[in-house]
Design a protein around this ligand. Structure first.
Ligand SMILES: [Mg+2]
Length: 266
């Protein structure tokens, strides 16, 4: 991978990183319908206008999926858990041919087990380009005992890493890639030093927890959303609306209309 920093990117003194699904956007059964919570949209917009502060959304979605969901030109967008970045102004940093070749080779090695999973009633495989999400929420209770052996077989395939989410197994096609990798890569791209700058991260599942622990280890702040994970030292909030209010308070931003309302997405 060969990161190239856009020439006009100003080195920030403060960095805010947010996961998207379940953090800035209420969780929905159909991921295609996930949208930015209005209070979070206002929050990102206001943070992005602060001098010396960079704000990023880091998702396991592909960058092409993420871009239309966060229509804020000043916000940095990271797809594939930070393999792909879009900078303000539209400049993109991609991981390169070697990473793509490794990804495609791993995907081929999973073909047989994925075909069996796809045939299993109620299981679904979502291809997110750099990762796969295996969903099993729709499996009927009678068939549920057969899910674990299938997932174990998937988990034991060499060359991948699996994170567990709510009724989902998230399969990283490049095993060294996770949200912590994504945050560290962003710091390098921005020439941001978390030892001297202020850094904060907000997320809602196990893949975010690794990034939160890294950020907290650097003396930063972390917010967990929705009660699905516990991270020592992180502040817990109930949902995206509460996150917007808590971050505004922490970052010293005055309330806006959409963040002054009660939590509606619980
Ligand atoms: Mg999430």
């Amino acid at each position: 991978m060969n990161p190239v920093t856009p020439a006009r990117t100003v080195r920030p003194g403060e960095l805010w990183v947010f996961d998207f699904d379940g953090t800035l956007s209420p969780l929905v059964a159909d991921r295609d319908t996930a949208v930015l919570h209005p209070a979070c949209r206002d929050l990102l917009d206001d943070l992005a206008q602060k001098r010396g502060l960079a704000v990023a959304v880091l998702s396991s979605r592909s960058i092409d999926d993420l871009v239309p969901r966060v229509p804020l030109s000043r916000v940095l967008l990271g797809g594939g858990s930070g393999l792909e970045w879009r900078f303000p102004g539209g400049h993109r940093v991609l991981p390169g041919d070697r990473a793509e070749a490794r990804r495609d080779e791993t995907r081929r090695s999973l073909q047989a087990i994925l075909a069996r999973i796809r045939r299993f009633p109620g299981m679904e495989v979502e291809d997110k380009l750099w990762s796969l999400a295996v969903h099993y929420r729709q499996v009927l209770p009678d068939a549920a005992p057969m899910v674990a052996p299938l997932l174990d077989e998937l988990r034991n395939t060499p060359g991948i890493r699996v994170f567990d989410g709510p009724c989902t197994a998230e399969v990283q096609l490049l095993p060294s890639v996770n949200k912590s990798f994504g945050v560290r890569r962003l710091c390098r791209l921005l020439r941001f030093d978390p030892a001297t700058g202020r850094i904060a991260y907000a997320g809602d599942d196990e893949s975010d927890a690794v990034a939160m622990r890294w950020v907290l280890g650097k003396g930063g702040a972390a917010f967990t959303v929705g009660g699905r994970i516990r991270v020592r030292g992180a502040r817990a909030v109930a949902g995206p609306g509460d996150l917007a209010r808590a971050v505004r308070e922490y970052a010293g931003l005055p309330p806006r209309g959409s963040s002054a309302q009660g939590e509606v997405e619980a």
